[in-house]
Design a protein around this ligand. Structure first.
Ligand SMILES: *[C@@H]1O[C@H](CO)[C@@H](O)[C@H](O)[C@H]1NC(C)=O
Ligand SMILES: *[C@@H]1O[C@H](CO)[C@@H](O)[C@H](O)[C@H]1NC(C)=O
Ligand SMILES: *[C@@H]1O[C@H](CO)[C@@H](O)[C@H](O)[C@H]1NC(C)=O
Ligand SMILES: *[C@@H]1O[C@H](CO)[C@@H](O)[C@H](O)[C@H]1NC(C)=O
Length: 473
């Protein structure tokens, strides 16, 4: 089993492909959903309203404010679409951390916190079960392939309307969290600062990761130095490296649960180790890491005024899996640990709907303003396609129908001839004008074309009249 585990010591960093060439300007965006105002919070983070990112849904203010942060007091609720997507520009792509937060706060007075689906781009992310009295958050780290990413919510239960309270997007360095290939996302389970008294995040963490004090009750240790942390791999904030925990007893082993639910999952674990004070010459701290009693590391001796990070990118774990730090025979001191991150590794991400088809839909959206408010992937995840299209069931779906009747479309039809898989084009009952364009007759699979109740002029192009299987209604 040990061979399934990928260990990489900080000192082996050159093994990583160094694609770091561009430290891109990056995105550090905080959207206060359901609000139209911007403000600066107590961490000096600028929040903005969500008007620029979505055009539908209804804004609400929570009834039960409790002690939540300002961004949690407003929300946007969706009741009309199969899915509702925020579109966020990430020009140049790159690796991002995306955090979506949900605080029900009894905004509708029904004391009934809903459950719904969360998605990003063409992929499922998680089921969100909201709570009556506390915010819930989900965090994902993934590589954006195009120039934008979308965060979507979708109804899955009758009467349970999806909503969003906040969306935060932070660009990470390309070198961070790079032990999984870019076709997979990391879904955060736990990010712990051992021995810390309070949450560590921005500005102590420039990427605004949230490091929570651990609930594992062990002896908390604090560093006697404020050393300079070298830039490295996952760039943990200094503050989380200045505390640690060790076993309470003289025990030589420290056991850390993985906090998984029951199913077997592939997980990604980062662990950060630093010595808290200079050891006497007679002292020695050395330990090895075991996953379910299998030795997965070389002996670790945390350095003073520096740190070591270990990454395990491919652990197969379930709710019983434990990670154990076990002192080696020659160690005179118990194991210590300063910080840890545990992620689920996603299945291979979808490449999305056929790119030519997506571009052609973009042509329609540029021409007709009313269509611009559909974001995210037009077809995926399956069964969460846009209202006005249907899709083939291919792994890379094609658009097979346009249902745009009664959308109030005015003006001429742009050329969407790239949608060569179209079988049905229903444009009836709009105010379309100009000539009926030629390209419609060249759509190779077109079976039904409905242009009735518009203001087209001129004659039907010969490309169309020659087709015998068309229903021009
Ligand atoms: C992860 O481990 C599984 C078995 O546990 C193996 O089949 C798979 O190839 C590994 N993947 C990577 C990327 O190492
Ligand atoms: C654990 O594995 C490492 C690396 O393979 C090895 O150096 C070490 O001796 C092993 N420890 C034990 C107790 O087998
Ligand atoms: C996405 O595209 C890449 C490259 O063409 C391919 O290797 C991968 O299998 C695709 N992923 C899926 C889920 O189809
Ligand atoms: C035509 O579309 C409008 C909306 O633009 C709708 O209110 C009306 O019911 C539609 N009429 C028919 C006959 O489909």
């Amino acid at each position: 089993m040990a061979k399934h585990l990928k260990t990489s010591l900080l000192s082996l960093l050159p093994l990583l492909p160094l694609l770091v060439a561009t430290v891109s300007a990056g995105v550090f965006l905080s959207i206060d959903c359901g609000s139209s105002q911007s403000f600066i919070d107590e961490r000096n983070i600028k929040w903005e309203g969500d008007n620029l990112y979505i055009g539908h849904g209804r804004s609400f203010v929570v009834r039960n404010r409790g002690s939540v942060s300002r961004a949690m007091t407003t929300l946007r609720v969706f009741d009309s679409r199969r899915k509702s997507c925020y579109r966020i520009d990430v020009s140049g792509g790159g690796r991002v951390l995306v955090r979506a937060s949900f605080y029900y706060g009894n905004y509708d007075g029904k004391s009934f916190p809903p459950s719904f689906a969360l998605q990003f781009d063409a992929n499922g992310w998680d089921t969100v079960e909201t709570s009556l009295d506390r915010p819930v958050s989900r965090e994902a780290i993934y590589v954006v392939s195009g120039d934008a990413t979308s965060v979507c919510v979708a109804q899955t239960q009758p009467y349970q309307l999806p909503f969003v309270s906040a969306i935060e997007v932070r660009t990470l360095e390309w070198s961070m969290y790079a032990h999984v290939d870019p076709s997979r996302a990391l879904f955060l389970q736990r990010r712990e600062a051992f021995g810390a008294q309070q949450i560590v995040r921005y500005k102590d963490d420039v990427y605004d990761r949230i490091w929570s004090p651990s609930t594992i009750s062990k002896t908390a240790l604090a560093s006697d130095t404020s050393f300079i942390v070298p830039d490295s791999m996952d760039r943990p904030p200094k503050l989380v490296l200045r505390t640690a925990i060790a076993p309470t007893q003289q025990s030589s082993s420290l056991i850390l649960p993985t906090y998984l639910s029951t199913s077997t999952e592939r997980i990604y674990v980062n662990m950060y180790f630093s010595e808290m004070s200079e050891l006497e010459s007679t002292q020695m701290r050395s330990f090895e890491i075991y996953v379910d009693v299998v030795n997965v590391s070389v002996p670790v001796s945390p350095p003073y005024q520096d740190f070591i990070e270990l990454s395990f990118a491919n652990i197969t774990a379930n709710s019983n899996t434990a990670i154990e730090l076990r002192a080696t025979a020659d160690s005179t001191l118990p194991p210590i640990i300063s910080a840890r991150e545990v992620f689920l590794v996603s299945a291979a991400l979808s490449n999305g709907t056929n790119a030519d088809d997506v571009n052609a839909l973009g042509t329609l959206q540029r021409q007709f303003k009313v269509l611009r408010d559909w974001n995210g992937d037009p077809c995926l995840p399956f069964s969460y396609h846009w209202e006005w299209v249907t899709c083939s069931s291919d792994e890379k779906p094609r658009i097979t129908a346009l249902y745009l009747s009664g959308y109030g479309l005015t003006g001429g039809l742009p050329n969407f001839g790239a949608l060569t898989a179209l079988e049905i084009v229903d444009l009836h009952n709009n105010s379309l004008s100009g000539e009926i364009p030629d390209f419609l007759g060249n759509l190779p699979n077109l079976r039904i074309l409905n242009l009735a109740y518009n203001s087209f002029s001129g004659s039907v192009p010969s490309s169309l009249t020659q087709k015998t299987n068309l229903n021009l209604e």
